[in-house]
Design a protein around this ligand. Structure first.
Ligand SMILES: [Zn+2]
Length: 327
């Protein structure tokens, strides 16, 4: 926590923070949060500027100020059955090993920021089990996996603090993805790495907090201020998986959630056919995409994007190098 207190800044004005009678306050006397201070969820600071956030200031007793207990997804029969049909994300696990190597080439004790780290997403344990990596996990709710709460549009950290940022299944849930990605760029050190996974052909989930989808090219453009290391379709989240999601939502619209789950489950086996799909058609209709790369001082130009579409032809789920990896 000592290091964490060095990293954190006011999400409103980016001034340093200090403890004042047990409360965290902004040191900038002109800032709203110099007097108002920040709430805590358990022992975790809630570093959200509620004046500019989709989230409202919590009252005492509000769920945002409580800590959600750790959930082990694998324990329940329902989740085991779901994993059987929907699969687990091996792409994230495999890519996490490459990201870890990149982090270690930057520093012997790299700092990794996880945005949306409340639940233990696929691949994250690679970093948690490595004691040389300092992980700072954030989310909009507190869990035993997080160290603080924040709104990713205003990351409460100084510039250039992190060697890496991990952001999976998050960017569809933020109002302004480009603002969030610009924040990721800002908090990364020069040559720092990011890893992102975001849905493309996927129906609305998380109810009111779901805003945007990205094509493979749109995903790349979002990260245009980064040099790409690898990108592709997430294994098990290709066109077949997208079709299964569509079947589930179609049946749900006509009947019930229970019927939708029942009818769509066999369709999730279609994801096994994705390995035979043509790379072009797969990239054009995948359920989810990944991209990772390095902070750069050079940005892609609009004209680069036409050529980028062609590079997706080399994405293949059969590639031995990585899923979606270029040969
Ligand atoms: Zn401030």
């Amino acid at each position: 926590m000592d290091t964490l207190s060095e990293l954190i800044r006011c999400p409103r004005c980016r001034a340093r923070l200090k403890s004042d009678v047990g409360k965290i306050v902004c040191t900038n006397t002109d800032c709203l949060y110099a007097s108002l201070g920040f709430e805590r969820a358990g022992d975790q600071p809630v570093l959200i500027d509620f004046e500019s956030s989709i989230f409202s200031r919590p009252n005492p007793g509000d769920p945002m100020l409580s800590v959600v207990p750790r959930v082990d997804r694998r324990r329940t029969l329902r989740n085991r059955i779901r994993d059987l049909f929907e699969g687990t994300n091996q792409t994230a696990v495999e890519n996490s090993l490459a990201v870890r190597r990149a982090l270690k080439s930057l520093s012997p004790a790299p700092k990794l920021l996880i945005i949306g780290g409340g639940g233990l997403g696929a691949g994250v344990t690679t970093f948690l089990e490595d004691s040389s990596i300092e992980v700072v996990a954030t989310d909009v709710y507190a869990s035993p996996n997080t160290q603080l709460l924040c709104d990713a549009h205003h990351l409460p950290f100084d510039d250039g603090m992190f060697d890496g940022v991990w952001v999976t299944a998050v960017l569809e849930h933020v109002l302004e993805p480009q603002v969030v990605v610009d924040e990721i760029w800002r908090v990364l050190k020069p040559s720092g790495v990011f890893y992102a996974e975001t849905p493309f052909v996927q129906q609305v989930h998380e109810q009111a907090y779901d805003f945007t989808r990205f094509t493979a090219s749109g995903h790349r453009w979002l990260f245009r201020r980064f040099e790409e290391i690898d990108a592709g379709v997430i294994r098990g989240m290709g066109t077949g998986a997208g079709l299964a999601w569509s079947v589930r939502y179609f049946v749900r619209a006509l009947s019930s959630e229970r019927m939708a789950t029942l009818v769509s489950l066999p369709f999730f086996l279609l994801r096994h056919l994705d390995r035979f799909a043509h790379p072009r058609q797969q990239a054009d209709a995948a359920l989810g995409l990944f991209i990772w790369g390095r902070k750069s001082e050079r940005s892609l130009t609009p004209k680069d994007m036409v050529a980028y579409y062609e590079t997706q032809l080399a994405w293949s789920q059969n590639s031995p190098r990585s899923i979606g990896g270029r040969p």
